[in-house]
Design a binder for this molecule. Structure first.
Ligand code: GLN
Length: 212
């Protein structure tokens, strides 16, 4: 993709969940961030963010607003960042949902799989692609990535488990980067959108990032 000569226009799916914080983080990075609630809102976007929230509710509202097919067309091949519930929508295998996920990212995802006692926690996660030390990652009733398919890069792990993945211009995070003032992952996504970070240049070697 060509490097953009203007601010990237990034849509944030704004049906439910944490879209406002993503919009603020993207704007703080210099992007033109707009809310997406209807099919026409996808026109002219360079990239899309699927926020955290509740994947069941999001899938219902996607259907109700006529966004299912437009999103399927849009996400298949264009830059998309999914965080938490957004990752569930991009991945495969999540149970208890009212509609199929988009299944564009070959990772097997299990919802709410960090256990009740630790439904929410924050931990410093090494992300080798980012300069400046570990990323303080906030997990809220987060999904776990149970399997990473071939061709999917792991950007970060906690112990042996992937918590941030990438395939080409698709990024999936188990946690919520928009809930911290640290903009590095939003910037990284915008660099992917601009074609500045090639796939494979940011692979965390297996076994790195031994977790707490
Ligand atoms: N538990 C939510 C779900 O299953 C995800 C939580 C989140 O996005 N913070 O969709």
């Amino acid at each position: 993709m060509e490097r953009l000569a203007r601010a990237a226009r990034v849509g944030v799916l704004a049906l439910q969940g944490d879209f406002a914080r993503h919009q603020a983080s993207l704007e703080a990075c210099g992007a033109d961030a707009v809310r997406v609630a209807w099919p026409r809102d996808l026109d002219g976007l360079d990239a899309l963010v699927l926020p955290g929230g509740e994947s069941t509710t999001m899938l219902r509202l996607i259907g109700a607003n006529g966004l299912r097919e437009p999103l399927e067309r849009w996400i298949g091949g264009r830059p998309t960042l999914g965080t938490c519930a957004g990752l569930i929508l991009l991945g495969r295998g999540a149970r208890g949902l009212p509609a199929p996920t988009f299944e564009v990212l070959d990772v097997e995802v299990e919802r709410n799989a960090y256990g009740r006692q630790i439904d929410s926690f924050s931990t410093a996660v090494p992300v080798p692609a980012l300069e400046g030390g570990p990323f303080q990652a906030v997990f809220i009733r987060a999904p776990r990535i149970r399997r990473v398919g071939p061709g999917v890069e792991v950007l970060a792990r906690i112990g042996p488990e992937a918590v941030a993945v990438r395939r080409g211009n698709l990024l999936g995070l188990c946690f919520h980067p928009e809930l911290t003032p640290d903009l590095r992952l939003h910037r990284f996504f915008l660099e992917v959108v601009a074609g500045l970070v090639l796939p494979g240049s940011a692979v965390a070697a297996p076994g790195t990032g031994e977790g707490p």
